[in-house]
Design a protein around this ligand. Structure first.
Ligand code: NAD
Ligand code: NAD
Lengths: 207, 207
């Protein structure tokens, strides 16, 4: 099997490779990949041998082959459906977010408890009432739930999503929500990193 | 000085303590903090002694004191100003985001290159043209830039922010932007974690 550390780094390689591909490049050296990911090129070469990818001396790696291989390993070669709870400012941005789409993550259902929003559209999705969450998740085989409601409603949204049998929840709210043990919770709150950086800058620069 | 590992964990403790405080609690045990942060309670007790905080047996830690101490250590006891570039769906959500405000991070200027948006308001902020970025960052002493523009405009926004002398940039776009060495860049893209979780779930559950 592929070691844990390598799996951690594969999404970084994938992001960079997709960006190089959309820039029209067809090969990439480990040095170039190292520049864009801030990972040591020797580490990259070691990582890629784990799944039989060998660059040609002087030419580098074939980008299309690498993208295809990494996507297959990570399961990003097929579509994963997302249910989005909260159709406000952030929800509208997430429904349309290319960063998810390019890796096969598709928002296929949007829910909101505001009757004025229900029945209207975000892109080509009709906003449904949260009471339809469970039926829709089952009917569409949705694997991931996204929480984009106001902070006071976050725990309720997490409870409703967990009750559908969904296994992964992406929480955009600043509230720490509790989920049952079989659910993997990801918080996207950028504040932790910001506080950490400020501490270091204040020590070195007196920011 | 406080060890690096402890500094990494302090923002987690702070988030939980602020949430407990807003729930009306005044003390918290290391066991309770451990539940909410998924960190071992013995590790929490060790961490908190680094800055002279000792809980009382059977009572726990005083939440107000801990919050105040951690905020002072991290520099979150005073306001840090943010410049937001991009006043679309995501920008509107960020301008109003309580997760930043509660830690003293205030969006104090918003920029957009769409003439139809310039001069209008997001909350009580007037949307300015990007050409005013440098003057505003200097005049207000802004420390952090936030990129919420479409992917194709991300590098340009990063270049303009870096040129102002700003030291921290928070990039919400899925594009890997390059910044000069004195700028600390944070990407909030949730996709890496999602791909990582999917890999593990597919290994154990055949997701
Ligand atoms: N992680 C980040 O970087 C980040 C950035 C900005 C905002 N946020 C957070 O994202 C969340 C959404 O922010 P926003 O600006 O889009 O808010 P918003 O008010 O524009 O949208 C919230 C939507 O949720 C709906 N809603 C409210 N309660 C609901 C419930 N119980 N069930 C279903 N829908 C419900 C509302 O009707 C509204 O449409 C907030 O919690 C905010 O703190 C996070
Ligand atoms: N990290 C995440 O979780 C996440 C989630 C959703 C969206 N996104 C990303 O956030 C970004 C914004 O998404 P959105 O839905 O708000 O888009 P949007 O189109 O609603 O808003 C973009 C805004 O940027 C402005 N703009 C365009 N070019 C500009 C430039 N050169 N300088 C200044 N302003 C400029 C536009 O006029 C518009 O107001 C996108 O890159 C999207 O991929 C990230």
């Amino acid at each position: 099997r592929i070691p844990e550390g390598v799996i951690e780094r594969l999404p970084l390689y994938l992001g960079v490779l997709i960006q190089l591909r959309s820039g029209g490049e067809s090969t990439a050296s480990s040095a170039r990949l190292g520049e864009l990911t801030d990972i040591n090129p020797a580490q990259i070469r070691r990582d890629l041998t784990h799944f039989g990818s060998f660059g040609k001396r002087g030419v580098g790696y074939d980008i299309a082959t690498l993208v295809e291989r990494i996507q297959r390993i990570l399961g990003a070669d097929h579509v994963h459906r997302l249910a989005l709870v909260g159709a406000g400012h952030l929800g509208s941005a997430i429904a349309d977010y290319n960063g998810l789409r390019q890796h096969g993550f598709l928002v296929t259902a949007v829910f909101d408890n505001d009757p004025a929003k229900q029945g209207t559209h975000i892109g080509d999705l009709v906003i449904q009432d949260v009471s339809e969450l469970e039926d829709t998740v089952t009917a569409q085989g949705i694997e991931i739930g996204v929480i984009a409601v106001p902070p006071h409603a976050a725990q309720d949204a997490a409870d409703r999503l967990s009750a559908t049998g969904i296994r992964i929840i992406l929480n955009y709210t600043p509230v720490i929500v509790r989920v049952p043990p079989q659910v993997t919770l990801h918080n996207t709150d950028p504040v932790h990193e910001l506080l950490h950086t400020l501490y270091y800058l204040s020590k070195t620069e007196g920011v």
